[in-house]
Design a protein around this ligand. Structure first.
Ligand SMILES: NC(=O)C1=CN([C@@H]2O[C@H](COP(=O)(O)OP(=O)(O)OC[C@H]3O[C@@H](n4cnc5c(N)ncnc54)[C@H](OP(=O)(O)O)[C@@H]3O)[C@@H](O)[C@H]2O)C=CC1
Ligand SMILES: O=C(O)C1=N[C@H](C(=O)O)C[C@H](O)C1
Length: 237
């Protein structure tokens, strides 16, 4: 498989190592300094693009690749207000798009655990909250993973109606506290507290390898595909 990398930072480089170890080839590496090269990515030279850049650049990069009808696997966070715009654009182009706020298998199991626990806590006398901890270079807060967890909790538990990225005394608001400390690759912890006890579930990434492995699996899945996909299509959880 010929893979284009859009974004060659911490994730782009971790993904490249796994692609090469699995026998894939890298067709193009696009970064800020050669961003115009994105227009030259096409189905003749590239089977799939993996995009991990930044909140303010993801939308433009994804659309640029979809325009040339090459499937895109994106992991960039902080741009999801525009997700439905990308879905519409991808479908208009007859192209393929895969998105996950977190590509690691462990976090995707954790997403399901969070939904189950939120259901079980309905009607119980516990107050829920969340902490996410990442490295100091991270540009967005809360993390994309924390937003997915919050959406999963709110959809399955009647006590919360929205999340906020600050301390809150409003019982309807799910508080997400963001901490930035090095080298933290990504930790997410959900707490349910009552007067008599506390329940916590947490996921702690030890490195970026799990995210990169999942992104490569998604790229292998997307080669030759059209339409919109997520981790639910890739993993049988
Ligand atoms: N879904 C998931 O599983 C995961 C998602 N992420 C997300 O992925 C994104 C990237 O993370 P990470 O690799 O750690 O970040 P880095 O800052 O290490 O890398 C980002 C790279 O993208 C480049 N870049 C920035 N803007 C553009 C642009 N306009 N066009 C092309 N390249 C650009 C940067 O270039 P330069 O170095 O010149 O600034 C840099 O090389 C973040 O949004 C992060 O939240 C991270 C881990 C896992
Ligand atoms: O920026 C990161 O590093 C990470 N970003 C993703 C997020 O925002 O959830 C995934 C992971 O937590 C690492």
């Amino acid at each position: 498989m010929k893979v284009g990398l859009v974004g060659y930072g911490k994730m782009g480089q971790a993904i490249e190592k796994i692609l090469i170890a699995k026998g894939h080839s890298i067709s193009k590496i696009i970064n800020i300094d050669n961003i115009d090269g994105i227009k030259a990515i096409n189905p003749e030279n590239t089977d799939v693009v993996i995009e991990f850049t930044a909140p303010e650049s993801a939308l433009h990069n994804i659309k640029a690749v979809l325009t040339n009808k090459v499937p895109v696997v994106s992991g960039s966070t902080g741009w999801l207000d525009h997700y439905s715009e990308v879905v519409d654009f991808c479908n208009q182009q007859g192209a393929g798009f895969f998105y996950a706020s977190n590509y690691s298998l462990g976090v995707n199991i954790f997403f399901k655990l969070n939904e189950q626990l939120a259901k079980m806590m309905n009607g119980q006398n516990y107050e829920s909250s969340m902490i996410e901890i990442h490295h100091t270079q991270k540009l967005d807060a809360p993390s994309g993973t924390a937003i997915t967890l919050a959406e999963g909790l709110i959809a399955n538990n009647d006590s919360k109606t929205k999340w906020v990225n600050k301390n809150s005394n409003n019982p309807e608001e799910l508080e997400i506290i963001s901490e930035r400390v090095d080298p933290a690759p990504g930790t997410h912890e959900i707490t349910y507290s009552s007067v008599v006890d506390t329940i916590k579930i947490s996921h702690e990434a030890h490195s970026r390898e799990g995210f990169a492995q999942g992104a490569v699996l998604a790229a292998e899945f997307m080669a030759g595909k059209k339409g919109i996909y997520s981790m639910d299509d890739l993993l049988q959880l």
